[in-house]
Ligand binder design. Structure first.
Ligand code: ATR
Length: 342
């Protein structure tokens, strides 16, 4: 199949990826029951064949089952065709879930991901959430060793503040920051995006479709299945959801006028932010995947952009409930504090 998906450089260390990636989380967890392996492997192969080669997972999706799924999908010479990104930090122990960035944990998590993925090397290894007890320099020190040993190629951070990104980057170059960025999640534009640009760090936009709300509005909320975590998110509940559904309807109308879909408008808005931005829409359906790569050929005028931004700025409700370890709570102690405790 001929591919129309452009390639772009992510960060300044040589990583080249497709301009749109594939978020794999929903295949295994959080958005309803896990989907059949065979269908998901077909979808992953279809994506690669179409030119989408940046695959995004994490050890906490499942936990672990999403990495195992990717491991199966990458067999038979497929691994060489992709840029494989995974993440560590969520530790599932007897005492519940913990976020860890201490060197011993970083190394053990990496080794375990390599085994589950059945690969020798991870292309892009992110800290999924920052461990606020461990100076970021200490976490980075171990990641740097993993690069030197050839276990990972590039380092990323997810949901990190501008200050944390800066400190981490001083230890070893950060290739990509993954952050929620979309029409209805724009607070990152104030400090995080400019910091990434100043430092030459690529930006990977997660939940670019507002976890599906910007694709389907009220219909999405009405059809949540048992165990869908979106039910816990402020934007998807009660009056907020009702209000936000009216914004979706307006975006949908604009999409109709432009002859595209609301998902394509939401993704095109991100593609128009610059060639250092890679949205990674999550999907479990080939037809939705095909629609999403179609966003790469949607052209937005300055008027389209300002209308979309004006509509979406009226969003109601936070993106997460409190205590979810977002970039706002991601500053870490100085190294001296760690050394004093050692
Ligand atoms: P996340 O990064 O958290 O996966 P997202 O990419 O913003 O979030 O949105 C993912 C959601 O959008 C999923 O519920 C996905 O549903 P399917 O698995 O059924 O596709 C939905 N989604 C993705 N692309 C879509 C499209 N083109 N039309 C409708 N829904 C879509």
């Amino acid at each position: 199949m001929a591919t129309n998906v452009p390639r772009i450089k992510l960060g300044s260390q040589g990583l080249e990826v497709s301009a749109q990636g594939l978020g794999c989380m929903g295949m295994s967890c959080f958005y309803g029951p896990p989907k059949p392996d065979e269908d998901m492997i077909n979808l992953i192969h279809h994506a690669i064949h179409s030119g989408v080669t940046l695959l995004d997972t994490s050890d906490m999706y499942g936990p672990h089952t999403n990495e195992i799924l990717l491991g199966k999908a990458l067999k038979g010479g497929v691994r060489e065709k992709v840029q494989l990104a995974t993440k560590f930090a969520y530790s599932f122990g007897e005492g519940g879930i913990d976020i860890r960035g201490d060197p011993e944990y970083v190394r053990a998590a990496c080794e375990a991901s390599l085994k589950r993925l059945e690969v020798d090397c991870i292309d892009l290894y992110y800290q999924h959430r920052v461990d606020t007890r461990v100076p970021i320099e200490i976490t980075m020190g171990e990641l740097k060793k993993l690069v030197e040993e050839g276990k990972i190629k590039y380092i990323g951070l997810s949901e990190a503040s501008a200050a944390t990104i800066r400190r981490a980057h001083a230890v070893h170059p950060i290739t990509a920051v993954q952050i929620e960025w979309s029409l209805w999640a724009r607070d990152v534009e104030e400090e995080i995006i400019p910091t990434c640009r100043e430092l030459g760090i690529g930006i990977v936009a997660y939940s670019p479709l507002g976890r599906g709300f910007l694709s389907s509005g009220a219909k999405l909320v009405e059809n949540f299945s048992e165990g869908d975590i979106r039910k816990m998110l402020p934007r998807f509940g009660g009056e907020n959801a009702e209000h936000n559904a009216t914004l979706y309807e307006r975006i949908n109308k604009l999409a109709e006028q432009k002859g595209c879909t609301p998902s394509q408008l939401a993704l095109a808005w991100l593609h128009h932010q610059g060639n250092d931005v890679v949205p990674i829409p999550g999907t479990t359906r080939i037809e939705n995947f095909n629609q999403n790569i179609g966003a790469l050929s949607v052209k937005l005028t300055a008027d389209d952009v300002s209308e979309l931004e004006c509509i979406a700025s009226a969003v109601k409700g936070d993106r997460y409930p409190p205590g979810m370890n977002t970039w706002k709570e991601s500053d870490t102690p100085p190294v001296s504090a760690w050394n004093a405790g050692a």
